[in-house]
Design a protein around this ligand. Structure first.
Ligand code: PMP
Length: 284
């Protein structure tokens, strides 16, 4: 049984309980981060905590997390659960005001939850064969830059994609790709330029995205941060996605159309290797 974290305590997972009035349960009033663990160490912890602070501040939380304490708690959970490779989920909700009320009350205590998921990340059959993607309209609220637990649409899309024999969903807004159900989306053009949608309220500002673009820059690859259409994606040389759990994951097919040769492309494969190596070096 896992040991999980709840408001400063480490508990067996079946003993961690929160109020039915918690605003994350009633209103999806909570934000989260997922940090990957390789060789027992945290990948890009600082980046994830900076985004956590931004998500909280965009939603007017009064609560300011103590990042040193959260780092200690992450490390303790890794130790208690003996994790060498996997993920740590951290959720901060606005907590319970003791009743259901749309209007947000001042001075509620946040609920802080953390748990581990043991998972093989570096060795990935999906990354080796390349993902099959299906596209869907992006009908999410227009603050997709805030990492809230309001994940029902993404969850429905992933389920529908799987039911149709695909691995994941990419979303389209006005004909342009925004991002994947739980990852950022990229294509590589004929001349080897990496294209990904620019940062705005329409996509999550991926921590892996920032790191991978830095790796690409160091390799002197050309990068364009701009909108791209489904058609451009389907005719691209390569496509891939990035996320903390999937790293760089090549795409083999979009809406039934093979991308390039229909196998992982050289740029995506190279970026995956370099991203993993660079982040192992700086893991804490
Ligand atoms: N977009 C969405 C919608 C996501 O859910 C995620 C993963 N949480 C990402 C992008 C990738 O972000 P990161 O690289 O920080 O995991």
């Amino acid at each position: 049984m896992r040991t999980v974290y709840l408001n400063g305590q480490f508990l067996p997972e079946n003993e961690a309980k929160i109020s039915i009035f918690d605003r994350s349960f009633l209103f999806a009033d909570g934000v989260y981060e997922v940090t990957s663990v390789l060789e027992g160490k945290l990948i890009d912890f600082k980046g994830h905590m900076t985004r956590l602070q931004r998500s909280l501040s965009e939603l007017n939380y009064e609560f300011k997390p103590d990042i040193d304490q959260l780092l200690e708690a992450h490390r303790e959970l890794i130790k208690l659960n003996n994790i060498t490779e996997g993920l740590i989920y951290l959720q901060v909700s606005r907590g319970s005001a003791g009743d259901r009320d749309f209007a947000i009350k001042k001075d509620t205590q946040p609920t802080i939850v953390m748990f581990t998921q043991e998972k093989s990340l570096i060795k990935s059959p999906l990354a080796e064969r390349g993902q099959k993607i299906i596209t869907f309209p992006d009908i999410r609220w227009r603050r997709s830059d805030i990492k809230t637990v309001q994940l029902l649409y993404a969850s429905l899309l992933k389920t529908e994609a799987a039911a149709k024999g695909a691995d994941d969903a990419w979303m389209l807004l006005d004909g342009f790709v925004t991002e994947g159900s739980s990852n950022n989306a990229y294509i590589v053009t004929e001349d080897g330029t990496i294209v990904t949608r620019e940062l705005s309220n329409d996509i999550l500002h991926g921590i892996t995205r920032a790191s991978v673009l830095k790796c690409a820059e160091e390799l002197q690859l050309k990068i364009e941060e701009r909108h791209f259409t489904l058609e451009e994606a389907q005719n691209a040389k390569e496509a891939f996605s990035t996320s903390a759990s999937g790293f760089v994951c090549p795409v083999a097919e979009i809406d039934g159309k093979k991308i390039g040769e229909g196998v992982p492309g050289p740029i995506a494969k190279r970026l995956r290797e370099i991203y993993i190596k660079a982040n192992l070096d700086t893991a804490i």
